[in-house]
Design a protein around this ligand. Structure first.
Ligand SMILES: Cc1cc2nc3c(=O)[nH]c(=O)nc-3n(C[C@H](O)[C@H](O)[C@H](O)COP(=O)(O)O)c2cc1C
Ligand code: SF4
Length: 446
């Protein structure tokens, strides 16, 4: 892939990335090549597994709860709390651990970096999560187009199994756990956890009605924990150094602890990824990306993928964390900022985003199946300057119908968020797309 379109690169030098401050990326090589098993072991690899498997699963869950690692797949739900709900009651093994590596959110390329360059960190996190959740089988559900990640993970799983880190009686602990790599065919909806489970089972990837939640009844009817790649990659550090250390990583910038793999794409000088404390101000992230390219000004930005709401330049002072961005009316989402320059017309941008959401709808519920293509048609007309009076109100009403609680999954609310926020902040641009009635010939007035 050409350097021009490959954004999934870390833009921090090895000097900046230290084990005490950069748990996700300190082991990455300067040359961007894969960190194999030998190098991973040299860099304290599988140290957390060695320690944790000598204790009990409840202790792992207790540490994860105190650390409050919030899910990096977009919703920010505490991983420890999720695990605690799954563990309770029942026979052993309890069920399955699934790593969500579908990563198809537009503007998001963080899990890709971790899987391509540091797959053993994910495997270590999965062993720990499997141990805590009393599972014996883990799955990585990987976006099919991520061929380099598939190769790296496949090789790392084989290496780990060969060395006794996967399979029976891991490290002499008596705990059995293995991982299977499953590549999807490349649909956005497969990233929704219940659609992912259907797809994993060989069914059509429609989301399932909740409840029951996957933690109660997931893959093949068993309790199933679904976690994002980055969430799981945080686990070894938390267990190695403790919940207080993890909390301290955000350095008082946020009530949430830890670091986050943030990123920037769009018309910036240096698109890429940075591991920074949770709560880093958005302005600092944009600075690290070199600001806007070509002397442009910032018009708006999406904080974490296409399914988040637009924020304005005045919001750059905000801390990038789940609650702060939520209070500003958007969502942190995946934490990868998409920058919109001042010369970008919003109707065209929205038409592009909503075309994606319409194409990726699974078609199960009416507001999403019918509403999204209708939204695209209205936006196309506005873009051509052929909109009709009332179109903005129609778009607003469609956005309401796509909103939370009206559909089976969060795909439709995700599609509504950028639309609603763009209509609020940039209304005049959409109004300008409404064709005015042709003036009547002179003499026919009145
Ligand atoms: C349409 C849609 C697509 C999603 N895609 C992804 C994805 O690619 N990766 C991911 O981790 N979570 C994705 N999610 C969120 C998952 O449903 C789920 O919340 C997440 O995997 C839980 O992991 P976490 O708690 O570690 O964040 C998606 C959600 C929706 C509604
Ligand atoms: S909201 Fe859309 S993607 Fe989600 S279940 Fe309904 S039709 Fe499918």
């Amino acid at each position: 892939m050409s350097a021009a379109v490959y954004h999934s690169r870390l833009r921090q030098s090895a000097e900046e990335r230290r084990a005490e401050t950069h748990p996700l990326t300190w082991r990455l090589r300067e040359d961007g090549e894969l960190v194999g098993l030998a190098e991973y072991l040299d860099k304290d690899g599988y140290g957390a597994v060695r320690e944790a498997l000598a204790g009990d699963p409840e202790a792992v869950i207790a540490t994860m709860k105190t650390a409050n690692v919030r899910g990096r797949g977009g919703a920010g739900f505490s991983a420890g709390t999720k695990w605690g709900l799954t563990l309770t009651g029942g026979d052993l093994p309890r069920g399955y651990l699934v790593c969500n590596a579908d990563e198809m959110e537009p503007g998001t390329f963080k899990d890709r970096l971790l899987m391509e360059q540091l797959p053993h960190l994910l495997i270590e996190g999965m062993i720990l999560a499997g141990f805590a959740n009393r599972s014996r089988q883990g799955y990585v559900f990987l976006r099919g187009e991520y061929r380099r990640a598939a190769r790296a993970l496949g090789q790392a799983i084989d290496e780990a199994r060969e060395a006794g880190w996967l399979g029976g009686d891991i490290g002499g602990s008596g705990f059995d756990f293995d991982i299977a790599l499953h590549t999807g065919a490349g649909r956005y909806i497969c990233g929704e956890e219940t659609a992912l489970i259907n797809s994993l089972e060989g069914r059509r990837a429609n989301p399932r009605a909740k409840p029951p939640f996957p933690g109660q009844s997931g893959a093949w009817g068993k309790p199933t924990v679904v976690n994002n790649v980055e969430t799981l990659c945080n686990v070894p550090g938390v267990l190695r150094h403790g919940a207080d250390w993890y909390q301290g990583l955000s350095g008082g910038l946020s009530e949430d602890g830890g670091t986050k793999l943030f990123g920037v794409s769009g018309r910036v000088a240096r698109p890429g990824l940075w591991e920074l404390p949770m709560g880093t101000p958005a302005a600092e992230l944009l600075d690290r990306a070199g600001g806007l390219a070509g002397g442009r000004d910032l018009k708006a930005w999406l904080p974490g993928g296409a399914s988040t709401g637009f924020l304005l330049p005045e919001h750059l002072a905000l801390a990038l964390d789940f609650d702060t961005i939520g209070r500003a009316g958007s969502r942190l989402g995946t934490g990868l900022m998409t920058v919109v320059p001042d010369d970008q017309p919003m109707p065209a941008l929205l038409r592009n985003l909503e075309t994606f959401f319409a194409r990726e709808s699974c078609g199960w519920c009416t507001p999403c199946r019918e509403g999204l293509p209708w939204t695209v048609r209205l936006l196309e007309a506005l873009e051509r300057g052929e909109g009709e009076p009332g179109d903005l109100e129609r778009l607003e009403s469609l956005a309401r119908d796509l909103g939370p609680g009206r559909t089976f999954c969060a795909h439709a609310p995700g599609a509504a968020m950028p639309l609603e926020s763009a209509l609020t902040h940039f209304r005049e641009e959409f109004e300008a797309g409404i064709a005015r009635p042709a003036p009547r010939p002179v003499g026919e007035e009145g």
